[in-house]
Design a protein around this ligand. Structure first.
Ligand SMILES: C[S@@+](CC[C@H](N)C(=O)[O-])C[C@H]1O[C@@H](n2cnc3c(N)ncnc32)[C@H](O)[C@@H]1O
Length: 290
């Protein structure tokens, strides 16, 4: 997520837009990839059920974003109090709103906090869900080690991270040289290599380094032809719009033109109206015990 590096109004506006785009993307991820989320959170709830020493009283959602995990866990663990921790106030406002609508605002609480500055006082923790957030932190092993010390003996942490980035597009888009998405992902991966060195790490290994005992790894395939979900085109559009914001200076001129075609909602190649999208990705949920 971007923060206000520049004090001027123009950048402040850009950042607010970018933050809203990021929150929209997270909400769409939760809605369009509902089967993935259900599978992942069911696995976590099952791990809690089969660990009789864990009373899931206090659940932390680390880098909760807009709360797909917080709400899903509150539903699955009706005794639990869930603390949604994130640095982004606009995202947490969405968590609060969803908790009210779901009638669980008495036990889903939001905590605005920068985890790179250490943990807020949430001990003793029974279960932590950390989805696609640890790779944003400066030192995930330190954060996981501190979390372990705040966690009750026998308590669990579940880390969900990407094995493969989401893919949406067929090779031939009917515009430009085929293979656009692979080229764009290569550029994205190069940018991430510089900015997010932990993306693609072995989370089982990092959990071990932080003192946790890994008890399960679940690789979950995401495979969804777009006509299966009415918001798939919107999700793809939001994804590529964010790509366009971050990478325009790194893409070749032809690929920039293709990206414009995809984002032109009234044009013949618009992501919003395509019927040839096919969503693929792989995420792994690694569960570890204190
Ligand atoms: C890719 S999103 C994942 C959100 C959510 N867990 C999900 O899976 O939908 C990463 C989240 O980590 C949060 N984040 C990044 N750096 C953070 C930090 N230093 N402290 C707290 N939250 C942070 C971001 O604000 C964002 O909401």
């Amino acid at each position: 997520m971007t923060h206000g590096h520049h004090g001027d109004a123009h950048h402040a506006h850009d950042d607010a837009d970018s933050e809203a785009g990021g929150a929209d993307l997270l909400d769409l991820d939760g809605e369009v990839l509902r089967d993935y989320w259900d599978t992942a959170l069911d696995r976590v709830a099952a791990a809690v059920a089969s660990a009789p020493s864990v009373a899931p009283v206090r659940v932390v959602d680390l880098g909760a974003g807009t709360g797909t995990g917080s709400l899903g866990l509150a539903r699955r663990l009706p005794e639990a109090e869930v603390y949604a921790v994130d640095i982004s106030a606009p995202s947490l406002a969405r968590v609060d709103a969803k908790a009210r609508v779901a009638g669980v605002d008495d036990r889903v609480r939001t905590v605005e906090h920068d985890l790179d500055a250490g943990w807020p006082d949430l001990a003793p923790v029974d279960l932590t869900w950390a989805s696609m957030a640890l790779h944003h932190l400066d030192d995930p092993v330190r954060s996981l080690g501190d979390l372990r010390r705040m966690t009750r003996e026998g308590g669990l942490v579940a880390v969900a991270e990407f094995d493969e980035p989401m893919r949406f597009l067929p090779d031939d888009l009917g515009t430009g040289t085929p293979g656009f998405e692979s080229r764009a992902l290569a550029v994205l991966s190069a940018a991430h290599g510089e900015e997010l060195p932990h993306l693609g790490a072995s989370w089982a290994q990092l959990l071990g380094e932080a003192g946790w005992t890994v008890v399960a790894e679940h690789e979950i395939d995401i495979d969804l032809p777009s006509p299966d979900h009415p918001l798939a085109g919107r999700y793809a559009r939001t994804w590529f719009d964010r790509l366009a914001h971050g990478l325009t200076d790194r893409l070749e001129a032809e690929d920039l033109r293709i990206l414009e075609d995809l984002l032109d909602d009234d044009g013949p190649h618009a992501l919003l109206h395509r019927t040839d999208l096919h969503l693929h990705g792989v995420r792994t949920v690694t569960i570890a015990r204190r």
